[in-house]
Design a protein around this ligand. Structure first.
Ligand SMILES: Cc1ncc(COP(=O)(O)O)c(C=O)c1O
Length: 443
């Protein structure tokens, strides 16, 4: 992957901020050129086992959805603790299927935070419903239960689902949300696109995605578990899973795998719904199975790197660091800083070869949603505030000690608190799982 591909599809590209960065506070000469290292924002950790799994499928003669996808579904279901798992082509597809399975349709409303990637809101639009935005916590990134309850009470039309987003790999505390959902008789959908494997301390450390009625994970290229593109819908509700399976594949009443491979099956099939083409092919499922087997290793590598940042940046005045908890899977490392400094810091890091991004420019500020629902940024002031002060810096398992020190050095300089250059931490000099970075990963 090249650097451009590795930047997040769901980011507000930091180079969009560069122009204003130049006109704000001029970067001090000493802040640029910490070194010539180039550190992308995200990078997948794909090793020989993943390559071999894909080769195995290539040689098998069956590339599309079949036994690998079925095995991946069972393994993910077991890992997260969900009775049903439905492999899909993306989390966007999974969210669409989840809302459809819940019977959300035209004229309905879906309560959600605007602080997310646009997929969450687009899934609502795809079923013909309208998003009912609620602000995030005054001092966090997750939907604010008080705002949610107020919004539900004031809603003009039926609210058929609540969608929560587990942002950046940290669980959205679920117990208040579930209480509100139960009180109003509204199911809770978990957009766990960014948080595969995370646990919620607020819900007895259950895995996110399994706490509400239905959950969805993304396996996009930069995610904690990746298949390049892909996703999984999980639920304990058999009927919802059956509907998702039907709609994932054209509304055909029997899986293609079954028709071709089951000796007892006939070639005939019927179409009983106008479904979609949202299946996950075996090629990608095989990759996902290896990544799943490596989940703990990959999560530990992310955690170790996040802890390094937390340690090395703890004393930088003006910089707010993300909160740590044992269930965090560290998809993102979200810094907060005074808005007046953010764009300059972003530009400065970029000039030093460091990939940065904003997660997120809130959905209600995007032209389509702003115009359609006549929304202004300040309608959701906490979301607007978070968007103005946040910046994501590189975090992934293959980030080396040298790269980490480079990021820390550049950040500290950007905040005027340079530290004597320290040797990269010994335990982080090698990427996990492999003794050397493969050739195609050298940039
Ligand atoms: C919060 C959130 N929801 C949904 C999605 C969509 O995921 P996918 O790319 O698998 O469709 C993303 C993607 O990054 C996301 O961050």
């Amino acid at each position: 992957m090249n650097e451009e591909e590795q930047t997040d599809q769901n980011e507000y590209p930091a180079n969009a901020t560069q122009q204003s960065a130049r006109t704000e506070e001029p970067a001090q000469a000493e802040q640029s050129a910490c070194s010539t290292l180039s550190v992308p924002l995200a990078q997948p950790d794909i090793g020989p086992a993943e390559e071999e799994a894909v080769r195995r499928v290539l040689r098998s003669g069956w590339l599309t959805t079949g036994s690998e996808a079925a095995a991946f579904e069972s393994e993910v279901g077991r890992y997260v603790g969900s009775a049903q798992a439905v492999a899909v082509s993306s989390a966007t597809a999974g969210l669409h299927l989840a809302l459809d399975a819940l019977g959300v349709g035209p004229g309905d409303m879906v309560a959600m935070s605007p602080y997310t990637f646009v997929s969450t809101a687009h899934a609502v639009r795809r079923v013909g419903a309208d998003p009912l935005f609620c602000d995030i916590e005054p001092d966090g990134y997750h939907i604010d239960p008080t705002a949610l309850e107020r919004t539900l009470i004031q809603a003009q039309r039926p609210v058929r689902a609540i969608v929560v987003v587990h942002l950046g790999g940290a669980a959205c505390p679920m117990s208040d949300i579930l209480t509100i959902g139960r009180k109003h008789g509204i199911p809770v959908v978990e957009d766990a696109a960014q948080a595969f494997g995370a646990t919620d301390p607020d819900s007895g450390h259950a895995r996110v995605g399994t706490i509400g009625t239905v959950g969805v994970y993304s396996f996009y290229a930069n995610k904690p578990l990746t298949t390049g593109e892909g996703g999984m819908l999980v639920t304990d509700n058999e009927e919802l899973a059956a509907r998702a399976r039907l709609m994932r594949h054209h509304g055909i009443d029997r899986p293609v795998w079954d028709r071709y491979r089951n000796p007892a099956a006939t070639w005939e099939y019927d179409v009983i719904e106008a479904g979609h083409k949202y299946n996950l092919p075996d090629l990608l499922a095989a990759l996902g199975r290896v990544q799943l087997a490596r989940t703990e290793e990959l999560a530990a590598a992310r955690r170790q790197r996040a802890h390094y940042y937390l340690r090395e940046l703890a004393d930088v005045p003006g910089l707010r660091l993300p909160a740590d908890h044992p269930g965090h899977v560290w998809h993102l490392f979200l810094l907060r800083m005074p808005p007046a400094q953010r764009n300059r810091v972003a530009a400065d890091l970029q000039q030093n070869g460091i990939g940065v991004s904003l997660h997120f420019r809130p959905v209600h500020c995007m032209t389509y949603y702003a115009e359609r629902y006549r929304l202004e940024p300040h309608d959701f002031p906490h979301a607007a505030e978070r968007a103005a002060e946040s910046l994501s810096i590189p975090l992934y398992p293959r980030l080396t000690g040298e790269e980490l020190s480079h990021v820390v050095d550049c950040l500290r300089r950007a905040f005027g608190t340079p530290s004597p250059r320290r040797a990269p931490p010994a335990e982080l000099r090698q990427s996990p799982g492999t003794t050397a970075v493969e050739d195609d990963d050298v940039q």
